[in-house]
Design a protein around this ligand. Structure first.
Ligand code: NDP
Length: 325
């Protein structure tokens, strides 16, 4: 257990965190970055990223995050494994006290939050019981285990469509369980799903129970219009129904909306605490793209730099006597 001081602590290692690190390191703030429990963030559990500018042929998500990390390291970011588990933000412009999971204390002049978001679950007992035994929230990570088999996926957003398309390539049959009569996903993603011959979309359908004792053997769904129930024999069950921001440790200190997304000042990443900035999916429930996360990471680092400069010039202007008193 040690106590250290830094000008800039970055919490999280997705596109927002690493972009903040590149900018903060190039501004010579000597940033310290804690990677968190999913190093590289959500892009490490995706395949092709086709919409990040600069990659005309697309790039694999995990490779992209390796590249982000390398770039942040190249300018001297102090990159650390582990999580920040506790924070006590200063309300009067003082040092922010952050504690890591190994008990180390970091006193930070500025903090950039880029903790991202995590997958949501349906909340069924059977989902919990069979998690890791056929139930997964990441088709790209776990789909391979079900190659040649039948699987089901819940959700109708871009993530569900992307994952259903991915599963259709390796599995025999993919049931897509959609609770309404329409999908939220972009048209291009919906079209991809609808074109796949081995994807069957079950509209107006909700999951009642995932079946199986020690591993997934099926799923019972119910049609929410007719009440009709049916059991599908599947070996894998994937949940792709959106995400929750990872902001629990900031509760009571930072302003957030009712779903936990951090609130920042308009056109800024500033939170309600001076010197604490929020970037990426932890504060963005609208766009949630790698490129927008990177953009807000950049903003946060520039704002942190400006904050430190203003603080320094204020201290220089303050007469020595008043500093002593
Ligand atoms: P979304 O919030 O967009 O979609 C969640 C989906 O899950 C909705 O269809 C919703 O249904 C459904 N859902 C939510 N709760 C339940 C439940 N309890 N039971 C059944 N269904 C449920 O999340 P995504 O993760 O799909 O996308 C998040 C953001 O990331 C979006 O902005 C998306 O565009 C973006 N994205 C972009 C990609 C790309 O461009 N390549 C890839 C992946 C994501 P309902 O519609 O009825 O509410």
């Amino acid at each position: 257990m040690k106590e250290e001081r830094t000008q800039c602590l970055i919490i999280g290692s997705g596109p927002a965190g690493y972009t903040a690190a590149v900018y903060a390191a190039r501004a010579e703030l000597k940033p310290m970055l804690y990677k968190g429990d999913q190093p590289g963030g959500q892009l490490t559990i995706t395949t092709d990223v086709e919409n990040y500018p600069g990659y005309p042929d697309g790039v694999q998500g995990p490779q992209m995050m390796v590249d982000f990390e390398k770039q942040a390291a190249r300018f001297g970011t102090d990159i650390r494994h582990g999580m920040i588990t506790e924070v006590k933000f200063s309300e009067n412009g003082g040092l922010h006290r952050c504690v890591s999971d190994s008990g180390d204390v970091i006193l930070a002049e500025t903090v950039i939050i880029s903790t991202g978001a995590s997958a949501k679950w349906l909340g069924l007992d059977s989902e919990k019981r069979l998690n890791g035994k056929g139930v997964s929230a990441c088709a790209v990570c776990d789909g391979f285990f079900f190659r040649g088999q039948d699987v089901a996926i819940v959700g109708a957003g871009d993530t569900a469509c992307e994952e259903a398309s991915y599963l259709a390539k390796i599995c025999k049959k993919v049931y897509m369980i959609v609770r309404r009569d329409a999908m939220r996903a972009s048209q291009i993603m919906q079209n991809r799903v609808k074109k796949q011959k081995n994807i069957e979309i079950l509209w107006h359908s909700e999951t009642e129970e995932i079946l199986g004792k020690d591993e997934v053997e099926g799923v019972r769904i119910v049609n929410n219009q007719t009440g009709e129930k049916q059991e599908l024999a599947v070996q894998g069950f994937f949940v792709a129904i959106g995400h929750t921001p990872n902001t629990g440790i900031f509760k009571g200190q930072l302003e957030m909306d009712e779903t936990g997304y951090l609130i920042t000042a308009p056109d800024s990443t500033a939170t309600n605490i001076a010197g604490v900035f929020a970037s990426g999916d932890a504060q963005d429930k609208i766009y949630r793209q790698a490129v927008t996360a990177a953009g807000t990471g950049c903003m946060a680092a520039l704002e942190a730099e400006r904050y430190l400069q203003e603080k320094e010039s204020k201290e220089e202007e303050t007469p020595k006597e008043s500093l002593v008193s």
